[in-house]
Ligand binder design. Sequence first.
Ligand code: SD4
Length: 335
Amino acid sequence: MKRRNFIKKASATGLGLVAISSTLISCDSDSKSSEKKVVPSILESIRPLVIATWKTDLAVETAAAVLEKGGSALDAVEQGCRIEEANEQGQSVGKGGLPDRDGNVTLDACIMDSKGNYGAVLGVKNIKHVISVARKVMEDTPHVMLVAEGAEQFAVSKGFEREDLLTEASKKAWEKWKETSEYKPIINIENHDTIGMLAIDKDGNISGACTTSGLAYKMAGRVGDSPIIGGGLFVDNEIGGASATGLGEEVLKTVGSFLIVELMRQGKSPQEACEEAIGRIVNKPGKDFKDFQVGYIAVNKQGKTGAYSIHEWFSYNIYKDKENKNIKSDYFNKA
Ligand code: SD4
């Protein structure tokens, strides 16, 4: 879509006033858990579903396999994200991530469950599976965020192993970058990037996760949107979830993922909500967005999905098997 058309489309979306959540949800009064359950008639229309940013086939298939076996959405997103964290070819997540400008790989991650719990780690060195550390923060501490050395120490205390995250390929790329004197942190524009993942399990519960090494050659200590609740990820089990990839500073300034969930609460479809969130970025007066990218994915409680980005080189990966049989992942370019 040409930028002019896109702007027209994004700015044409107004706020809907239809409240959808309360009619779709009932409280399970027999359950001791305070978690709300979807009524069966709605459940029938929901199949296990996974959606993730970029071309992350194996991650999506792994998450889908967890759901197919009856696992929870929370387990699915964690297991899916771990695939990318272990993939050394992906240079913006986990091991092999491009370092900051001092040559240190620092990782950010967060996770949110269907009860509205949240855990995150920021600026962590030497630990590959930060998504699992974020889950431990959520489940095993009274806190929601741990940063840097504290997060690393916590991870080690939970049995995570320290390892060097800087691969030869990423070191070479960093050394080449150092030859320039310009400070211009880079957003990866290939089909492999920060992974944000949302899943719905067989009970209709939604969870999400997001993991990244952030901007390549960032300033030491810089943190983007990915581990920040409402920025890189937000889930409300009554409404849906959203996740972001791209220039975190722009996502944070518009609280993008929270915005998308709130727009869905007001009646927008996931697609409309993603488009409006992108519109909030590009329609700021004087905003020159040709040099940066932001992309969103979203899912609502009914299993409808949406995705939208500033530029056309965004992609996302979705698994939705209507037959509930074969594991299959599809890859779409932005419409
Ligand atoms: C950040 N949002 O740290 C991340 C980077 C990213 O595609 O998503 N790159 O700002």
